[in-house]
Design a protein around this ligand. Structure first.
Ligand code: FAD
Ligand code: NAI
Length: 477
């Protein structure tokens, strides 16, 4: 191939495309290889833009508006008559949002002089990259100075509930991609896994009218979250109508007459229930199929992740790996920052992702968000902790908006007053938690937050009050 590149990025998800853009900004000649075809067209943006973050949030927004219009407006004196939703229109809006963003990324690449090579990339020995175009043709070999592997992840499949991708709309057992594309509301919906996808997509279809049952194998709910946060979240989501069954292991499924019978064991008792659709969302696994030749020299971990150090360097000099393909949380913002870090490192800058301040958000309503250590994790580390919590139920702005659910909680070091974690359940938690992230990055003490002036009336006043309550000083509690 005539064109030689400084950097070849394999994978055009949030990790890959951000790495490509940052490298182009720094003056590198870059190619980004992406093989995804979405709705019949080659598409940039990876899982996140095509079948992940963005379409799920589009549906969360539509379904929230629908539910809120039905139930929340009367209190304001607003009557609407019968409220209905056209699922086709809702899905078409989702597709438009996805296309706007994936098209936008393609334009950004073009504007930065990056070549989007549409097809499959494979790392060969000696840091070479084989490229096979989507439209066939002979494989080409590229010899870049640097390579970034960013091939992302795919859903985990479980033998007891096989997802049949070949059935398209007719599939009864689906993964998250199928669950984003239902063309009608299933009257009954089973979900395996009470993780992030189960709660978000379970909420979407419940709001639109499905009766949703979530089967979770573990006996605890959101075990990675602060216990108080998980407990209140479970209470709120259950009250909304999500039937969350813990300690419930699905042992078999049977598709019969267009429905699915789910057999499960809950706390030692065998039971079964029939659903119109079943979503399997039991986690995701790194995707490296066809990515590496046998002699590429890249090491994989037992679980199939590409082995990297803290700066995303692989075992081969000049080859980096980022995002869902490597250790750490499978989140778009983590992938993006790793992409930028890898490029900055290539350029000789001492960039570093702070893995201690990666934010988690679950986009239910209210939202669930946290950053830093939970109370339990801090105690496990042997830290003497102090905590403070403030409910939105006594926050003026939350009451004015009719959104009183949830609270802000801080976890701090009792000896040094250093802030360790922030945990929020609330209508705007995903945005609000960034205050905690910034405070953690600046190694803030609780007193720092206590001494700041927060605007009135805002939801953020609950942040101030939660900080004050760490020392028993909250004014409105
Ligand atoms: P990906 O986005 O998976 O992109 C990798 C790309 O590489 C793919 O497009 C693939 O086609 C391509 N590729 C793979 N192999 C090759 C090859 N050999 N040659 C060429 N191309 C290749 N995260 C959040 O932070 N917030 C959210 O709200 C959120 N919501 C989500 C909702 C759902 C339903 C799902 C499934 C995920 C969600 N995620 C969310 C997770 C997020 O999508 C991922 O963490 C993120 O996309 C990872 O980015 P990545 O760049 O590592 O990989
Ligand atoms: P997850 O890891 O969040 O949750 C999976 C759940 O399934 C866990 O609670 C697990 O205990 C349970 N489980 C596993 N095997 C099971 C079985 N056989 N039967 C019953 N339950 C079982 O994974 P999920 O929801 O599939 O999401 C994958 C990833 O995608 C997330 O971890 C996250 O990284 C990313 N994501 C992020 C979002 C966000 O940031 N808002 C939204 C959606 C996905």
């Amino acid at each position: 191939m005539a064109q030689q590149y400084d950097l070849v990025v394999i994978g055009g998800g949030p990790g890959g495309y951000e790495a490509a853009i940052r490298a182009a900004q720094l003056g590198y000649k870059v190619a980004c290889i992406e093989k995804r075809v979405h709705n019949g067209k080659p598409s940039m943006g990876g899982t996140c833009l095509n079948v992940g973050c963005i379409p799920s949030k589009a549906l969360l927004d539509s379904s929230h508006r629908y539910e809120s219009t039905q139930h929340d407006l009367q209190a304001h004196g607003i009557s609407t008559g019968d409220v209905s939703i056209d699922i086709g229109t809702m899905q078409a809006r989702k597709t438009k949002v996805v296309e706007q963003l994936t098209g936008g990324v393609a334009q950004l690449l073009k504007g930065n002089g990056i070549d989007w090579l549409q097809g499959t990339g494979k790392l060969l020995a000696g840091k070479k990259v084989e490229f096979v175009s989507l439209d066939g043709g002979e494989a080409q070999t590229l010899e870049p100075k640097y390579v970034i592997l960013a091939s992302g992840s795919v859903p985990v499949n479980i033998p007891v509930a096989p997802v049949d991708e070949t059935l398209g709309d007719k599939a009864v057992i689906v993964d998250s991609t199928g669950a984003l594309a239902f063309d009608q509301v299933p009257a009954t919906l089973g979900v395996i896994g009470a993780g992030v996808i189960g709660l978000e997509l379970g909420s979407v279809w419940r709001r639109l009218g499905s009766q949703v049952v979530i089967f979770e194998a573990l006996d605890s709910f959101l075990p990675m979250a602060d216990k108080a946060l998980a407990k209140e979240t479970q209470k709120v989501l259950t009250k909304q109508g999500l039937d969350i069954r813990l300690n419930a292991k699905v042992t078999a499924t049977e598709v019969k007459d267009g429905k699915v019978v789910v057999k499960y064991n809950q706390a030692g008792e065998d039971k079964e229930q029939t659903f119109d659709k079943l979503i399997v969302c039991v986690g995701r696994k790194p995707y490296a199929e066809g990515l590496l030749s046998e002699d590429s020299g890249i090491k994989l971990t037992e679980r199939g992740f590409v082995e990297v150090d803290d700066q995303c360097k692989t075992s081969i000099d000049g080859v980096y790996a980022i995002g869902d393909l490597v250790r750490g949380p499978m989140l778009a913002h983590k992938a993006m920052e790793e992409g930028v870090m890898a490029v900055e490192r290539i350029h000789g800058h001492a960039a570093q992702v702070n893995y201690d301040t990666i934010i988690s958000v679950i986009y239910t309503f209210p939202e669930v968000a946290w950053v830093g250590l939970s109370e339990e994790a801090a105690k496990e580390k042997g830290i003497e902790v102090k905590t403070g919590q403030f409910p939105f139920a006594v926050n003026g702005r939350a009451l004015a908006a009719g959104e009183p659910a949830g609270f802000v909680k801080f976890v701090a070091d009792a000896k040094t007053d250093r802030l360790l974690g922030m945990h929020v359940l609330g209508s705007n938690a995903g945005d609000m938690v960034h205050q905690g992230m910034i405070a953690l990055e600046f190694v803030s003490s609780v007193e720092d937050l206590q001494l700041m002036t927060f605007a009135h009336p805002t939801l953020s006043e609950a942040v101030h009050e939660a900080a004050l309550s760490v020392d028993g000083r909250a004014i409105h509690a």
